[in-house]
Design a protein around this ligand. Structure first.
Ligand SMILES: [Zn+2]
Length: 328
């Protein structure tokens, strides 16, 4: 990535400014994903947010008054898509228009069967061009706080922004090299056509049927699922998950505390954020990973090294452990 010297200098100055305490509080209360990041990733996200908010304009629509809370919640989600990636910060995007809630537009839309229909649509977001994104605050806020469904309007619309950086909305963002383009086209192409087939046959789908509209919508829809419900996507569409993991340089299914602690895939495989164990034992919110050693189930507490002192045999806390089953 080549950035101008002045742009880089300006961004370094912005990143060096302190992150306001009120913004940090907003992240912790409105964006639970933030609390699950490593401290390094939190710092990277905070810096991206500062630059994003310094460079992009927010406009309220239908009488909405934009607040700092809104700006931070939206920026945090937009910048999650940039974490770990050596990329510019949505170049060409200048304005984020925010409606208070769903809005109505007259539009034409091509169905998966190719028929163009004129209709009145209720929308919660759109990307009409690279220069502007339209969102609703209701949906942006819900997407930030509800991290267990496949709906996130900010991820969706900013995936379109990434897609458009090469000049076309076609479901293929700028990728690393030729072999990556080939793999991307094969995997996402097969998945898109499989979804379209099911939609055309009126069969149930685990991905949002809206993704069958065209490859651009498919990429936006699976981006939502990748970050919002990674376990389901990895389990049901492992090749698709791997392509997205390679592009986004993140593995949302793997708890950050597992990365680099020596457990590797074993730790990732055994961790299960939605396991019966986690649901039954409230204190497990403080637990970062599970593992089996010596026939017992153990828990690693965040911040402690993997070893005798960092591991606690949780069989001692009750029969809930017998319900532990992790997917994937
Ligand atoms: Zn879309």
């Amino acid at each position: 990535m080549v950035l101008g010297i002045l742009k880089r200098r300006r961004r370094r100055q912005i990143a060096a400014r302190p992150f306001p305490g009120a913004w940090e509080q907003v992240l912790r209360t409105e964006f639970p994903r933030y609390g699950k990041l490593t401290s390094d990733d939190q710092e990277e996200l905070r810096n991206l947010i500062k630059i994003f908010l310094a460079e992009k304009q927010f406009e309220g629509a239908a009488g909405l008054k934009i607040t700092d809370d809104m700006r931070v919640v939206i920026a945090a989600q937009a910048c999650m898509l940039l974490l770990h990636r050596e990329t510019d910060i949505y170049p060409g995007l200048y304005s984020i228009v925010v409606y208070p809630r769903d809005y109505i537009v007259n539009a034409s839309q091509r169905d998966p069967d190719g028929v163009v229909r004129e209709m009145t649509q209720i929308r919660r977001g759109e990307t009409a061009a690279r220069g502007a994104v339209v969102l609703t605050w209701d949906a942006a806020r819900k997407g930030a706080s509800d991290i267990h469904d496949c709906r996130n309007v900010v991820f969706h619309e900013f995936a379109h922004q990434l897609d458009a950086q090469d000049g076309s909305f076609d479901g293929t963002p700028i990728l690393r090299d030729r072999s990556t383009y080939i793999a991307w086209a094969r995997v996402l192409g097969e998945e898109f056509h499989a979804l379209r087939d099911r939609v055309q046959k009126h069969q149930p789908t685990d991905l949002d049927p809206y993704g069958a509209t065209n490859p651009a919508e498919f990429f936006a829809v699976v981006t939502e699922c990748f970050f919002q419900n990674p376990g389901q996507l990895r389990e049901r569409h492992p090749e698709l998950y791997d392509e997205l993991r390679g592009f986004y340089r993140q593995d949302p299914q793997t708890p950050p505390s597992c990365v680099g602690n020596g457990l590797g895939r074993r730790c990732a495989r055994l961790f299960c954020a939605e396991s019966p164990l986690r649901r039954q034992l409230g204190f497990l919110d403080s637990i970062s990973a599970t593992n089996t050693q010596g026939g017992g189930i153990h828990v690693i507490h965040p911040g402690r090294p993997w070893g005798a002192q960092g591991v606690q045999d949780i069989q001692a806390v009750g029969p809930a452990t017998s319900g532990l089953r992790c997917r994937g």
